[in-house]
Design a protein around this ligand. Structure first.
Ligand SMILES: NC(=O)c1ccc[n+]([C@@H]2O[C@H](COP(=O)([O-])OP(=O)(O)OC[C@H]3O[C@@H](n4cnc5c(N)ncnc54)[C@H](OP(=O)(O)O)[C@@H]3O)[C@@H](O)[C@H]2O)c1
Length: 290
């Protein structure tokens, strides 16, 4: 896409490794143009261990804010001056705002996921929510689900200790080992995959045989959006469940992240309008159906 740059233009970025296929620059620059703002958003490759150099450079060249993806979402925390309550609760940061040299970390993954879920006609309040995985995305989504009134939030993970650690001190949360996933699914209202199993280029293999135990009609939502129909979605769809990929989450976390960078409070109508625009710009269908 064509972008405009002036001497006054603010600089924003996404960092990670790999970063070459990130949709964030397309989404953010589309949103910046739609809002008539004077910002430019870049993708910058930063390898694990490269954070201190990047943070120094960001201060020096005057970057106003940046998003983080793998492998930095937890590693960045010790370098930050402040965390928002959302990031503190999730123990994960996907957005950093730089003001007067101070770096403030925030997480928009959970709220972005919830807003995408609402587009699909579902929401967390009073629901039993089961999450596969116990990493950064799981933490952020789980805390949003708890804080928005889910009846129960169940974490099913390959490494049971990580699931237990995530649930510690949260009365509505419970941990299950992956080997006993079926036990958690019979009365689950919303199932979410936050493992990278099935993600293009992740090289992770694994199946979802336990899906046959999922409550009839419960939606199965993946955080992955490449491929547009993930193995998790295909398996759930085969069993008759409504399915969706992670493009909605990506779009809405981006909208809330830009709002955080620029201290803009978007009303519901603006979020919906930007969401529609960015979903279209991404070229990826929520349901995987083109
Ligand atoms: N759409 C979006 O906007 C968005 C935003 C954030 C993340 N994501 C996606 O969400 C996924 C997770 O991201 P993350 O940052 O949470 O990653 P992460 O912190 O590395 O956590 C990954 C989790 O998946 C589990 N896992 C990994 N490989 C597995 C396997 N082969 N079988 C079973 N479980 C496995 C890990 O289990 P152990 O604890 O046993 O290691 C861990 O709990 C990625 O695919 C990422 O691209 C999407």
């Amino acid at each position: 896409m064509r972008v405009e740059y002036r001497n006054s233009t603010g600089l924003l970025a996404v960092i990670g490794d790999p970063i070459g296929h990130s949709l964030s620059p397309l989404l953010q620059n589309t949103m910046i143009r739609e809002l008539g703002r004077d910002d430019l958003y870049l993708a910058i490759p930063v390898k694990r261990g490269g954070l201190p150099d990047f943070l120094q450079a960001a201060r020096t060249i005057g970057i106003s804010g940046f998003n983080l993806t793998m492998p930095h979402k937890q590693d960045v925390i010790p370098y930050l001056s402040d965390l928002t309550p959302e990031a503190g609760r999730a123990g994960s940061v996907n957005s950093v705002r730089i003001r007067d040299g101070r770096m403030e970390g925030h997480s928009t993954d959970g709220i972005g996921f919830r807003r995408a879920l609402q587009d699909l006609g579902y929401d967390f309040p009073d629901r039993i929510v089961t999450i596969l995985g116990a990493g950064g995305a799981a933490r952020s989504i789980a805390m949003t689900a708890v804080d928005s009134g889910a009846r129960q939030v169940r974490i099913v993970n390959r490494t049971p200790e990580k699931a237990e650690a995530l649930c510690a001190g949260e009365p509505v949360m419970g941990a299950w080992p992956l080997t006993r996933a079926e036990e958690a699914l019979g009365d689950t209202d919303i199932l979410i995959n936050t493992t990278p199993v099935g993600m293009e280029g992740a090289g992770q293999t694994g199946g979802f045989p336990f899906l046959r135990a999922l409550k009839s009609g419960a939606p199965a939502v993946d955080c992955i959006y490449a491929p547009a129909v993930t193995p998790f979605m295909a398996a759930a769809r085969e069993l008759g469940h409504p399915v969706a990929n992670g493009i909605g989450m990506l779009v809405y976390q981006a909208i809330y992240a830009y709002g955080f960078f620029r201290e803009l409070e978007f009303d519901g109508e603006t979020v919906a309008r930007l969401g529609k625009l960015l979903l279209k710009a991404s070229g990826v269908e929520h349901s995987g159906d083109q």
